[in-house]
Design a protein around this ligand. Structure first.
Ligand SMILES: [Zn+2]
Length: 557
């Protein structure tokens, strides 16, 4: 998804593309280890029934037997706030049942969790976990494995194992050593592992010390190939600008959902869900997420403006470099950043204290402004990041980054300090001019968004993240799931951008619209209706002049 999450726990993950046979005798250890027995119930609302067995001997001496020994991070975690895991794992009695017994040095807890997230329709900005795949499930440990809490402290290193009963479907545990009936070292590892239930395709991408396992239960190995190419190219490009690839193994899961796309990070791994097969572009809606998450292998830090904001800038620059973007495409990417930034610019809170979406877009704008000045000084954000990184995949800190900029020029460190501490929004338009772009803002007589969508395109629902159609009117030329690629030759990323093109077309004429329909590129003819003055509205068309030099500067390391 477009809202990647800060990586807080790193788990070296590996995986097997073919499931190992289920081994007998695993349960014998439950007298010494903490055991989870999970049963997948494919009822109308799918559920996981979990039995947790804790031998007293597995807990440190003096541990209370009180019920709050257990903590369920999927409720307590400020993960996605009110719309995060709580959306599919509820604590209320309807969705969660819990009972516990204790005898002969063993305590047993039974509970069930609901896996109905996928039934809620297209979702945006959520980590789409767990989800039903084409042939089974992707289960995420964090959605059903609690953390044992002892004397107020979390003890995540307790030995544990999981027995996941999936009936006839093969199971692959995508963490640690691939086994079935997962036997991973600790509860924390179990909770951060992913569990693929059912057959899936996989590809392995290696670059230096980094391995990325690309998996999908929905798309074929051949359909995954462009994604493997993007991963390989991203790792190579990031290494070129930021230094040696960190030694890391990650999973990249790409499953299908009927409409739209979503995704995010679980532990160290990436999940993406999309109605369309993957592509190799670093600038496409999903390609940008892939680039973003992979560049976190290098860049993570102790403040959101640096960890997420600068990484959002890095995502854009790497995407432009990977796609060898034209000056025009570069200007388009900057305009897109500008509109995202404006959407979150209203707050008077300094960037240094920003969390959430504003830290992403405003942090990226700060990076762009700083980059412009550093480049004129013969350095760049990429170069200063590179020297600030620990170099072992451990990222950097605000202090280290300031030291790195300071080493180039104290004046620029002062400028960065000002950017992150000022209360008024950063003036991105001034930075664009400083970078050499000429800005023009042309008024034009366009359509209201309603008239464009309902009366011209004849649709009633669309994705906010790409030009994908969710609902149509009966007389529409579009079908549900169409992704618009261009209108009258102009490339389109988002539905509202179509306004500028159709506003110029003559009523009564037809303009060609290229769509991706079920994986096939198709050209449709869109009739331009004659609409009354109420359908019209004055718009501003913000444009960046080509400025090939300014664009080229961005693309050089
Ligand atoms: Zn991120």
């Amino acid at each position: 998804m477009r809202l990647p999450l800060a990586v807080t726990l790193l788990l070296v993950a590996g995986c097997a593309s073919t499931p190992a046979p289920r081994s007998a005798g695993l349960q014998s250890d439950c007298a010494r280890r903490i055991c989870f027995h999970a049963q997948l119930l494919e009822t109308e609302v799918p559920r996981l029934r979990v039995r947790l067995t804790i031998p007293d001997a597995a807990l440190p001496a003096g541990t209370s037997t009180h019920a709050d020994t257990l903590q369920y991070p999927f409720w307590a975690e400020a993960f996605r706030g009110a719309s995060g895991y709580v959306d599919f794992v509820h604590q209320d009695a309807k969705d969660f049942t819990e009972s516990s017994t204790r005898s002969e040095g063993m305590r047993t807890l039974n509970y069930e969790v609901t896996l109905d997230h996928a039934s809620k329709g297209p979702r945006h900005g959520l980590d789409e976990v767990p989800h039903r795949t084409a042939n089974g499930w992707l289960l995420v440990g964090r959605a059903f494995i609690p953390i044992i809490k002892i004397s107020g402290a979390l003890q995540p290193s307790l030995a544990a194992e999981l027995h996941l009963d999936t009936g006839k479907l093969p199971l692959t545990t995508l963490a640690g050593e691939p086994v079935s009936g997962a036997r991973i070292g600790s509860i924390a590892d179990l909770a951060h592992a992913l569990y693929y239930v059912g057959p899936h395709a996989s590809l392995r991408v290696e670059h230096g010390a980094t391995t990325v396992h690309v998996l999908s239960a929905s798309f074929t190995q051949q359909q995954l190939q462009p994604l493997a190419t993007l991963v390989k190219n991203t790792l190579a490009q990031a290494e070129q600008v930021l230094g040696p690839a960190p030694k890391r193994s990650r999973l990249l899961i790409y499953d299908s959902q009927p409409l739209g796309f979503a995704g995010g990070v679980i532990g160290d791994d990436i999940t993406l869900m999309s109605s369309t097969p993957p592509d190799a572009s670093g600038l496409s809606a999903m390609g940008a997420v892939v680039v973003h998450e992979l560049s976190h292998l290098w860049l993570k830090a102790d403040a959101p403006w640096l960890s997420e904001g600068f990484n959002t800038y890095l995502e854009m620059v790497l995407g432009l470099q990977l796609d060898a973007a034209s000056p025009k495409r570069t200007a388009r990417a900057l305009l897109r950043l500008h509109s995202k930034f404006q959407a979150h610019a209203q707050s008077a809170e300094p960037l240094a204290k920003s969390q959430g979406l504003r830290a992403y877009s405003a942090g990226a704008v700060a990076a762009f402004c700083l980059d412009t000045r550093l480049r004129r000084h013969g350095s760049s954000v990429l170069q200063t990041l590179r020297s600030a990184l620990h170099g072992d995949g451990e990222g950097t800190t605000v202090q280290r980054y300031f030291d790195s900029v300071q080493a180039v020029s104290p004046k620029h460190a002062q400028y960065l300090r000002q950017l992150i501490n000022q209360e008024q929004p950063i003036d991105m338009q001034a930075c664009l001019r400083e970078a050499g772009f000429q800005l023009t803002s042309e008024p034009y007589d366009g359509y209201t968004l309603r008239a464009l969508v309902v009366d011209v395109l004849k649709i009633t629902g669309f994705s906010p993240q790409r030009a994908e159609i969710f609902r149509t009117k009966p007389d529409s030329i579009f079908e549900i799931g169409d992704v618009i690629v261009s209108v009258d030759g102009a490339a389109i990323d988002l539905i509202p951008q179509i306004d500028l093109v159709v506003a110029k077309a003559k009523p009564g004429s037809r303009v060609p619209v290229v769509v991706q329909r079920k994986g096939v590129t198709t050209t449709l003819q869109l009739p331009i209706p004659t609409l009354g003055p109420k359908a019209r509205q004055s718009h501003q068309d913000l444009q960046l002049q080509y400025a090939p030099d300014a664009a080229a500067a961005l693309l050089s390391p």
